[in-house]
Design a protein around this ligand. Sequence first.
Ligand code: NAP
Ligand code: MN
Length: 272
Amino acid sequence: MKVAIFSNTQPATILVVEKLKQLLKEKNITVVEAESDPEIVISVGGDGTMLSAFRHYLPRIERVRFIGVHTGHLGFYTDYREFELDELVDSLSESQCADVSYPILRVEAYKGDSLEPFLIDHALNESTVRRVVSTFTCNVLIKGDFFEKFRGDGLSISTPTGSTAYNKSLGGAVIHPTVKALQVTEIASLNNSIFRTLGSPMVISPDEWVEVELLDPTDVDLSVDNLILHDTGVTRLKYQIAKERIHFVKYRHMHFWDRVGNSFIYPKKKYD
Ligand code: NAP
Ligand code: MN
């Protein structure tokens, strides 16, 4: 089993990485360079580190299984704490550690009338398209049919695992990560007696896709997770669930809704 460590550069992380390397060595687990072809990638840092690890391994995303240690705040993708490294290494040394996989978002960006995308990318959390200096206007199509004309700051298209990130701040629903769906959330839509959008988040089924036709591409920011592209001249975006999925080493038993509760409502579950 070839294991690589992908980490941020914070001092707390560096200490954890050293300890982790030592424990892996004791168990005779080979640690390989991040650039080689690992089967397991241990992300050490925060959710942002996991997003970067995902981006780094995108070309071979179906061959890698991720597991995360968080060294800062409570992580969504990074389940283990620095004091649980023994447990993590033990779970890796069990030869057939189980696998869990979740949907990711495929993003295609086009310019003008071109049928060839100038960008094909994938998001683990979400992709947003927006302009804040002046009103962003676009047509939204679902499965090839016109749905609405949107005016406002922009739109977010998120994955189930991304539903607890920016999507949640936008008032989107938290979606269980095994649900195969995408969510479209509005960013400050203009709604009045003249302009009208649906005004609520939409959950798109796996056989559907969403297209965004920009009416003015100037000054638009296009984001794919933590990557932000300014003023690309994009005029059309196509969003759908990717054929590929992200694979995680199945964590010790932790219910998704417990994690949501622990992160957003209470530090420790209370029934009183
Ligand atoms: P960041 O500014 O550190 O991220 C903002 C916060 O979102 C951090 O606390 C981050 O956790 C957390 N986060 C990331 N993915 C999450 C997920 N799937 N579920 C729950 N929380 C999550 O920037 P970053 O670390 O590079 O992450 C980029 C992501 O931040 C974007 O994909 C977007 O979803 C999110 N974001 C949110 C807002 C907002 O809510 N207003 C604005 C911009 C970006 P860590 O501290 O562990 O990294
Ligand atoms: Mn972060």
